[in-house]
Write a protein of this length. Structure first.
Length: 436
């Protein structure tokens, strides 16, 4: 985790203190179930909760023990015994380290998911507000970076809203996928622990029992989870890239908010750079990168190995912390985005009506001209605009082959901008529902 790109609430989920507290809760809930089944004394389970629950786990002490034991869970259990006393012998009955490690990891991922879902809700609210603000603000649509046909800036933002709404649905599914618990003992057969213990721990932690674990929870679940985070990151990059392009000096239809006192360049005082969206592009690359090792973790040896463990110590915190920061930053960008409708209008008309070429093409075909001839007639006039700065409407009106098929009024009518925005309400209703 890089502090520069981290927010405290998400970071705290991955702290050593939080991890050890979750480990304790897993063990203590298991003791409750074992006590109910008569495997351990109920008084022992009560003591474990009282003394362990009141304990402040010393990370340095656990690290000290681990330097000798070379085993993190044993180090924790040894430290826990220092608080609990003799009843500590009942802790970890029939369990294996992966029961604690995997269940804890999934608890952390579920908690991280809840923060990410809240982040997405905030982003969706900002996108919706700005989409309605610019619902009818006409701008040029581009394909291959080249002027295509008119759209509205609100439609651009509605597209982003729909995309992140899909991201939210995927994350809900990924959260459900990862919310499982394994308390099944060595090689996952429950030989030394009753399956009802797993059911109790799962319910206490808001998880579901893993249907079958091979000492570890199957890592296809985690692969799907981190792949979902990668898709969300890709959507962040798509919107960030759009804003970066719109902020280019030659375009300047929208730009990031530039705060009083902000500096754009150490050398050029005039600069207003899209630093936030450039940063988001880089952060998205990092989150996506974590999906590959998560997929490579799926293939473990037999019932378990620990080749996945070191990977997850990196990608669990780094992917969720980075995505949390990126979503919050993108929300801020959208919330304060500076939008310039006058510049949009200027750019739209830069090529003097050229964006209406398809309407003229279709009108000619409907007037009886073959598509091939209609395309040739429209293109030869369009090229004069590109190459000589001519006025597209004027060129069409002076082309005898065009006016032989279409009257002047029919040609002029094809230059109505309203034609291109007549279904914006339909799009908004599809994206935002009937309230749109």
């Amino acid at each position: 985790m890089i502090p520069r790109y981290a927010r405290p609430e998400m970071v705290s989920i991955w702290s050593q203190e939080t991890k050890f507290r979750i480990w304790f809760e897993i063990e203590a809930h298991a003791c409750d179930a074992l006590a109910e089944l008569g495997v351990i004394p109920k008084e022992a389970a009560k003591t474990i909760w009282e003394k362990g629950g009141a304990a402040t786990f010393d990370v340095a002490r656990i690290d000290e023990i681990e330097r000798e034991t070379k085993h993190d869970v044993i180090a924790f259990l040894t430290h826990l015994a220092e608080f609990v006393g003799p009843d500590s012998r009942f802790i970890h009955q029939g369990m294996t380290s992966s029961d604690v490690l995997d269940t804890c990891f999934n608890v952390q991922l579920v908690r991280a998911s809840d923060l990410l879902l809240a982040d997405l809700d905030a982003l969706l609210a900002a996108l919706k507000r700005r989409a309605f603000e610019y619902k009818d603000t006409v701008t040029i649509g581009r394909s291959h970076g080249i002027h295509a046909e008119p759209t509205t800036f609100g439609v651009k933002l509605a597209l982003a809203y729909a995309e992140f709404d899909r991201c939210r649905k995927r994350l809900v599914a990924a959260r459900e996928e990862i919310a499982t618990c394994a308390i099944s003992g060595a090689v996952g057969t429950f030989a030394n622990i009753d399956p009802r213990v797993e059911e109790h721990v799962a319910a206490a932690l808001g998880l579901q029992p893993e249907p079958v674990s091979t000492q570890v929870i199957p890592r296809d679940r985690h692969a799907m989870y981190f792949a979902t985070l990668g898709v969300i990151a890709s959507s962040i990059e798509r919107l960030a890239t759009e804003i970066r392009h719109l902020q280019r000096t030659e375009v300047l239809e929208a730009e990031e908010y530039f705060a009083p006192g902000q500096k754009g360049s150490s050398a050029m005082p005039h600069k207003r750079n899209p630093v936030l969206t450039e940063n988001l592009t880089g952060l998205a690359r990092m989150v996506r990168a974590f999906a590959i090792p998560a997929m490579e973790n799926v293939a473990l040896w037999h019932e378990r190995d620990i080749s996945h463990s070191s990977v997850e110590r990196y990608i669990g915190p780094d992917a969720t912390v980075t995505l949390d920061f990126a979503l919050a930053r993108l929300t801020g960008v959208i919330d304060k985005l500076l939008v310039y409708p006058e510049r949009m209008d200027k750019n739209l008309n830069q090529f003097k009506g050229l964006v209406h070429s398809q309407r003229v093409l279709l009108a000619l075909t409907q007037a009886g001209v073959s598509r091939e001839d209609a395309y040739r007639l429209v293109q030869r006039n369009a090229m004069k605009v590109w190459e000589h700065g001519a006025d597209f409407l004027a060129e069409l009106l002076s082309d005898k082959d065009v006016t032989a098929a279409l009257s002047e009024d029919e040609i002029r009518e094809k230059f109505d901008l309203g034609y291109h925005t007549k279904h914006v309400d339909t799009i908004f209703t599809r994206v935002f529902g009937a309230a749109a």
